[in-house]
Structure formats: structure tokens, C-alpha cells
Design a protein around this ligand. Structure first.
Ligand code: SAM
Length: 271
């Protein structure tokens, strides 16, 4: 019994929209997602939100360890019954945002494979990427619109785009029709693969300094950079304009048009 509708009825755990519970049940889609992770038999996988365990089961057959973090304790009996036969699956019932991921996965490299709860996609990405050790790869099912933001280029950058592209190379690997989920989500979905960099992709004094500048730049929507940077960094607009000119950036440009290299140049200039 693997159909999520039948499973959730049997265990009397109706899906909660508030937790982003749209369960992926199409075997082809599940296989393709795990294939994208390109797992080696010795790999450790962290899964966020196993739900009814469909993706977890495919992962269990391909990886050395699968650590699955689920916030909804109602799913415990269902998941334990379904996954009990796999001694390489470790279920943790906790909020991923409150979980010390690095403690959980141990010292070895790890990969993240997840069909994310859409309501906290950005927070989960930050939690996994803005850490002193990152997954080597992330294979994530996200809302199509978010997928497009992750791979965006100037002039369509956002804080989320910069936050992901600073740490890794993102690409949309495939699109998923709402029909492959139960219940059907109201939005289209896509699978994004993020390969993280071993070394920083741009030269900055520190990650903190870089994001302080980037956050300031994006602090006011569609404003010219001299205004958003000035307010965000608590300086006059004239001072901000001076900084931008010194870094070779037209102060009238908007944050959405900036490349990572330009943000890095500005951060270096500010010092
Ligand atoms: N992996 C399953 C699948 O592919 O069918 C379920 C994916 S469903 C889109 C998202 C899952 O994340 C749900 O099981 C939900 O309960 C869980 N979830 C939601 N918020 C969470 C959180 N803060 N921490 C961990 N899991 C969470």
C-alpha cells in the first residue's frame, strides 16, 4: 500500500495544507528525482519532510544513510510501519528549522533530497546553505515560480537568487505537473538541482559582509540603489552614491540588475 490517499485514510492522518502536505505519488517522478541526486552507495542523504515516505523509500534503496526530518508527529506510525524494514533510514520528528543539521548528518559530506513544504522554502534554503558546512548537492522540488527565481539572471535577480547563487550553481532539471501529487497543489512545481561550490564563487572579505550589503540593496523594492543602500546601511543617499560610483556601478541602477561580481566589488569597496 503506497497510495498516499489510501495510506493517510488508513492511518487517519488527513493531509494538512498548513504544513504544505502535497504527497508525490508518481513512481516515475520519484525515480527521476533520485536519479538526479546521482547517489553513490556510500552517500548520506538528508530528506526534509518525508510525509508518507514515498521518496524516502526510493532513497533508502540507493544511499548508505537516509536521515529524514518530519515536523508532523501524526505521521510517525505510518512512517515507522512503511520504513521499518530499512535499517539505513533514521527518522527524526522535529522542525527542520530548529534542527542542527550538521550534528545530525555527522562529519561526512551529505546530499539533500526533498520535496519541500512550499510555505518555508526560502527559510529552509537559508538554514541549509548559510552554514559553515553545506550539502554538496541539493535536489529540491519547489514551486515553479520559486525555481525560476533560483536560476534568475540580471535584471530579474532577488535576494533569494543571490542567496542561493552565492553558494552554488542552480538549474531547473524538470517540471512537475500538479497531477503527480495528492492532494493536487494549486501551483506548478519543478525540480531544482543546486551543486554547491567548494570555494566562494566571488571574492568577498566575509559572507556576513557580503549579505549585509546585498540585504541593504534589496531592502526597498524597485528603488534606485543609492536610495536602498543608503537606507539599508544607514548612510545618506549621497554617500551611498559615492560608494557605488567608486565600485564602478551606476547609482541609479536597481538591485535586481546587479551581478554577484558587482555585489562583491561593492562589498570589497565598503570594506
Ligand atoms: N516527501 C513527501 C513526498 O514527496 O510526498 C512529502 C512532501 S510534502 C510537500 C512536505 C513535507 O514536509 C510534509 O510531510 C510536511 O509535514 C513536512 N514539513 C512541513 N514543515 C516542516 C518543517 N518545518 N520541518 C520538517 N518537515 C516539515
Amino acid at each position: 500500500m503506497t497510495n498516499p490517499k489510501i495510506l493517510t485514510e488508513h492511518y487517519e492522518v488527513p493531509p494538512k495544507k498548513s504544513l504544505g502536505q502535497n504527497f508525490l505519488h508518481d513512481p516515475n517522478a520519484l525515480e527521476k528525482i533520485v536519479t538526479l541526486a546521482d547517489l553513490m552507495p556510500d552517500d548520506t542523504v538528508l530528506e526534509v519532510g518525508p510525509g508518507t515516505g514515498a521518496l524516502t523509500e526510493v532513497l533508502a534503496k540507493r544511499a548508505r544513510h537516509v536521515i529524514s526530518v518530519e515536523v508532523d508527529e501524526r505521521l510517525k506510525p505510518l512512517l515507522e510501519d512503511r520504513l521499518g524494514i530499512y535499517d539505513n533510514v533514521y527518522l527524526v520528528f522535529a522542525d527542520i528549522l530548529e534542527t542542527d543539521v550538521l550534528k545530525l548528518v555527522g562529519p561526512k559530506p551529505f546530499v539533500v533530497v526533498a520535496n519541500l513544504p512550499y510555505y518555508i522554502t526560502s527559510a529552509i534554503l537559508r538554514h541549509l546553505l548559510e552554514n559553515y558546512r553545506r550539502p554538496s548537492k541539493l535536489v529540491l522540488t519547489v514551486q515553479q515560480e520559486v525555481a525560476e527565481r533560483l536560476v534568475a539572471k540580471p535584471p530579474d535577480m532577488s535576494l533569494l537568487t543571490v542567496s542561493v547563487q552565492f553558494f552554488g550553481k542552480a538549474k531547473i532539471a524538470m517540471k512537475l505537473n500538479p497531477a503527480v501529487f495528492w492532494p493536487r497543489p494549486d501551483v506548478d512545481s519543478a525540480v531544482v538541482v543546486i551543486e554547491t561550490y567548494d570555494k566562494p564563487v566571488v571574492d568577498v572579505p566575509s559572507t556576513e559582509a557580503f549579505f549585509k550589503v546585498v540585504r541593504a540593496g534589496f531592502s526597498q523594492k524597485r528603488k534606485q540603489l543609492k536610495n536602498s543602500l543608503g537606507s539599508g546601511l544607514h548612510m545618506s543617499h549621497e554617500e551611498a552614491a559615492g560608494l557605488l560610483v567608486r565600485a564602478g556601478i551606476d547609482p541609479r541602477r536597481r538591485a535586481e540588475t546587479m551581478t554577484l561580481e558587482e555585489w562583491a566589488a561593492l562589498t570589497r569597496d565598503i570594506g
